[in-house]
Design a binder for this molecule. Structure first.
Ligand code: HEM
Length: 340
């Protein structure tokens, strides 16, 4: 069920887009993208603000190395950062290279024995997926800008470097479909992973796979090709707030745009929010300096204290009456004898 419901929902969304889109172009080509963008922006900002407001009174940095200590202990600057610069360096490696995923190990049984080993395939597939998505996202900028910035054309040339076929096969297309397949198969093949996988884990994978496959159909398969000038006019109309509805039926394009809109709508409510959340994660974004800096919880209640000196003063008569020496007098005597 966790697998089939997301698959069916993503499939239905694509089919609805393909069938209804051309007839209801205003709804699917204009209304839906605007609604999706509104929900995405509002939801994203709401969740970021909610996280930003969450109190983090103490340093809870996850560390996996020697913290800064006495000079003769070698400090692991990246694994237990002490300064903001070291923290930023660790964060950059995390965001750009998925460093912690690279160091993630996997447990397995080999010849009846439990063994731990590296999990480089997950790291490579995750990296390939995220970078190919980024490149495709940037390349799409050509639909939304006139003239197209030079670096987008450069990216396009680099992406089609091998010049296989016409239109040339894009490396990012191969990578995204390959990486998404690995990420999906990984959940399906391993019984443990299948057991813990939720509908929310599969749905984004199916949506993005659907977006990539409908996009590739438009680019490489003759009957599904679309008039790019019309698409550009629609895209420019959306961003300049002068909506335009192409007069042609473009079922594959409407399926594509419906799936893209669904992705943007569910983004703020799904695990995809890790895109913004990583920057607000207190286990990552704080220097581990608790031994050097005293962090006081800013919302600690004011505690009314009653010191021993105050207590002694309060019960002085009774203490004297019981013949018990008073600390305050002992202190005074000690001072006197020290003078002598
Ligand atoms: C999450 C956002 C999106 C993703 C991941 C995505 C993905 C893709 C992919 C993988 C392709 C195959 C060819 C290529 O890589 O360029 C493609 C093609 C295409 N996409 Fe998207 N897309 C997205 C958003 C959009 C939007 C908003 C539009 C509307 C303007 C759009 C219109 C198109 C068109 C017209 C093609 C065919 C391009 C061609 O024939 O060269 N896409 N898309």
């Amino acid at each position: 069920m966790n697998l089939f419901i997301p698959l069916v929902v993503a499939g239905i969304l694509g089919v609805i887009g393909a069938m209804v889109g051309p007839k209801a172009g205003v709804v699917f080509g204009i209304g839906l993208p605007y609604a999706a963008m509104g929900i995405f922006l509002a939801g994203f900002v709401y969740r970021i603000l909610k996280w930003a407001k969450a109190p983090v009174p103490f340093r809870i940095t996850t560390t996996c190395g020697q913290q800064k200590s006495l000079p003769w202990f070698k400090h692991a600057k990246l694994d237990s950062p002490f300064t903001p610069v070291q923290t930023m360096a660790r964060m950059a490696l995390e965001v750009l290279c998925f460093r912690s995923l690279f160091r993630n190990s996997v447990a397995d049984t080999k010849k009846g024995r439990l063994v731990y080993g590296p999990n480089e395939l997950l790291w490579a597939a995750a990296l390939a997926f995220h970078y190919s998505f980024l490149i495709i996202f940037l390349r799409h900028y050509r639909f939304f800008a006139e003239p197209v910035p030079f670096f987008i054309n450069g990216l396009d040339r680099l992406d089609s470097f091998f010049e296989i076929g016409l239109p040339p096969l894009l490396l990012s297309d191969v990578l995204i479909v390959g990486a998404l397949s690995v990420l999906l198969l990984r959940r399906l093949v391993s019984p443990q992973l299948r057991y813990i996988s939720q509908a929310g884990d599969y749905f984004p994978l199916f949506l993005i796979l659907g977006i990539a496959l409908t996009g590739m159909a438009m680019r490489y398969i003759e009957p599904f090709k679309v008039p790019i000038q019309e698409v550009k006019q629609l895209a420019m109309g959306l961003v300049t707030l002068h909506p335009y509805k192409p007069p042609f039926p473009m079922p594959m394009f409407y399926a594509h745009i419906t799936l893209v809109s669904a992705l943007f709508i569910c983004f703020p409510f799904s695990k995809l929010m890790h895109m913004g959340g990583i920057f607000l994660s207190p286990t990552r974004n704080l220097p581990n300096n608790s031994r050097a800096v005293r962090h006081i919880n800013p919302w600690n209640p004011v505690v009314k204290t009653h010191t021993y000196a105050e207590w002694e003063h309060e019960f002085r008569d009774k203490i004297e009456g019981a013949g018990i020496p008073l600390d305050s007098e002992q202190g005074a005597e000690a001072v006197e004898s020290a003078k002598v």
